[in-house]
Design a protein around this ligand. Structure first.
Ligand code: NAD
Length: 492
């Protein structure tokens, strides 16, 4: 039986969709069934160089970078509106490619539209300052775009995390080369098509697919690249920082996490349980900021785990494209194998499986990359399951006796991305918010973020931050201009 034809996607360079040097396209599989959903062109090092050349030419052309910001604001606003109109198509494409439930993809696409609208409001408010200096001089600063910025994105929120950094870079007047993750490039390419439909000048946004070690490194290690915004794993982040350090260019790193969720006995435990479930089983746990380490006060620990298990067991697993699905598959069969490996190792080291731990028995899910929502107890806080980012629907849990112990356990990893605290006591909430080492703290809610609030990690979770009104700073440089006003005129 011949397979039905699938949609084709090319690289996007200089305003045109083109073939990659990697020859025949790569077939991408739907994680829910492992059936082909699209064929995508495969880029290589020459494509990376072509994209940088197009971006450099667009930067040097009068217009995008030299405008006062109003042209950029208009284009970004139009893009936000157009994306909202096309939101359903984008959400479906994201779900088919990445696997997450449609309702989550819809939320992601709306988030991208809100990000574009938010940064469009900043594009024409990029201002320098005047500085009083001695003598007959006038001193002022200019905020200038950097040139070509390179954005390397992960697969877990393919469009959202790509555009989270691309949007402020564009608003600041840079031109961009975006490299989406190898398994999930479709919405980035569709976004580039849309951007050109609404009038983004050719070469301002280029998308190159391909392997990270090949295309990604070629992009970073090129003199035309003036900044790198990377979202992904720690090891790759370090490699990119090394390459960037050699070339003395700035990087923003958004890396992994092992985020603690601290539940005190005075919390609204019903809401807390729902929040914990969302925070670890949303996107099948494939979230940098997943609340993957649960610390519960000993007095309610056992009862809270029962409550969690019951909620987890009710989650409806299925293909993301079905409206009723609450948790989808993992992104690839390889990633499923990696997550299962973590669970098996924890089990062999004595962890107790509170719920889950294996694949669902439903035959309809057999060909997809599904794993049951999993809760582990009796895990040593220093074990690999408690320290390493599993990046799947796997929660490790610990009891604690007092706030000091909760803080110690919360800080006992190399990461510091996010933390959640559940309590009705304001003093406890604000004190812990200060004592926990994390770039983001959420009180009495599942992890939450907005285009207007900073997103970034402490410790090994990252360097710098994205989002918020200061996000444009990463994509600007400051020039000081000092003007001598001439010798003072002699007065009679
Ligand atoms: P990854 O590091 O494997 O890949 C990320 C991107 O880097 C991909 O586009 C990949 O092709 C590219 N890449 C790989 N090797 C490269 C190299 N040598 N040079 C240049 N580019 C290279 O990460 P992933 O598996 O796609 O994503 C999961 C990771 O991302 C997790 O660790 C997760 O926590 C992290 N993440 C962090 C955030 C955040 O905001 N802090 C958000 C989402 C995901």
């Amino acid at each position: 039986m011949t397979e039905p034809p699938v949609a084709k996607f090319g690289l996007f360079i200089a305003g045109e969709e083109v073939e990659g040097q990697g020859g025949a396209g790569r077939r991408l599989l739907d994680p829910a069934h492992n059936r082909p959903v699209a064929e995508v062109a495969v880029g290589g090092r020459d494509d990376a160089r072509r994209a940088l050349e197009a971006a450099q030419a667009a930067f040097e052309r009068p217009g995008w970078a030299t405008d006062d910001g109003s042209l950029r604001a208009q284009v970004l606003r139009r893009l936000a509106a157009k994306l909202s109109e096309s939101a359903e198509a984008f959400a479906r494409l994201e779900t088919l490619n990445m696997g997450k439930p449609l309702r989550e993809s819809r939320g992601d696409v709306q988030y991208v539209a809100r990000t574009l609208a938010y940064v469009s409001g900043l594009a024409d408010k990029i201002e320098g300052s005047t500085i009083p200096v001695p003598g007959p001089r006038f001193d002022y600063t200019l905020q200038e775009p950097l040139g070509v910025t390179v954005h390397i994105a992960p697969w877990n929120y393919p469009l959202l995390l790509a555009i989270r950094s691309v949007a402020p870079a564009l608003a600041a007047g840079n031109t961009v080369v975006l490299k989406p993750a190898t398994p999930t490039p479709l919405t980035a390419i569709a976004f580039a098509r849309l951007a050109h439909e609404v009038g983004l000048p050719p070469g301002v946004l280029n998308v190159v697919t391909g392997a990270g070690a090949d295309v990604g490194e070629a992009l970073v290690d090129d003199p035309r690249c003036r900044q790198v915004s990377f979202t992904g794993s720690g090891p790759v982040g370090r490699r990119i920082a090394e390459l960037a350090a050699r070339r003395v260019i700035p990087v923003t790193l958004e890396l992994g996490g092992k985020s603690p969720v601290v539940v005190f006995p005075d919390a609204d435990l019903d809401r807390a349980a729902k929040g914990v479930v969302y925070g670890i089983f949303g996107n099948a746990g494939q979230m940098c900021w997943a609340g993957s380490r649960l610390l519960v006060h000993r007095s309610v620990h056992a009862a809270f785990l029962e409550r969690l298990a019951s909620l987890a067991e009710k989650l409806r697993l299925g293909p993301g494209i079905e409206e009723t699905t609450e948790m989808g598959p993992l992104v690839t069969a390889d990633h499923l194998a990696s997550v299962v490996g973590h669970v098996d190792r924890a089990r062999s080291e004595g962890a107790r499986i509170v719920t889950g731990g294996d694949r669902p028995s439903d035959p309809a899910l057999a060909s997809g990359n599904f794993l049951k929502p999993t809760v582990l107890a009796d895990v040593a806080p220093t074990s690999r399951a408690a320290q390493e980012e599993i990046f799947g629907p796997v929660l490790v849990t610990f009891p604690f006796d007092d706030a000091d112990e909760a803080v110690r356990l919360a800080n006992q990893t190399s990461y510091g991305l996010c933390a959640a605290i559940w309590t009705r006591d304001l003093g406890t909430a604000h004190t812990l918010a200060r004592r926990i080492e994390a770039g983001m703290v959420v009180v009495n809610e599942a992890p939450v973020t907005f285009p207007q609030t900073p997103f970034g990690g402490y410790k090994e979770s990252g360097l710098g931050s994205e989002q918020g009104r200061h996000s444009l700073r990463s994509y600007l440089r400051t020039k000081n201009v000092s003007v001598h006003l001439g010798a003072p005129r002699k007065t009679a």
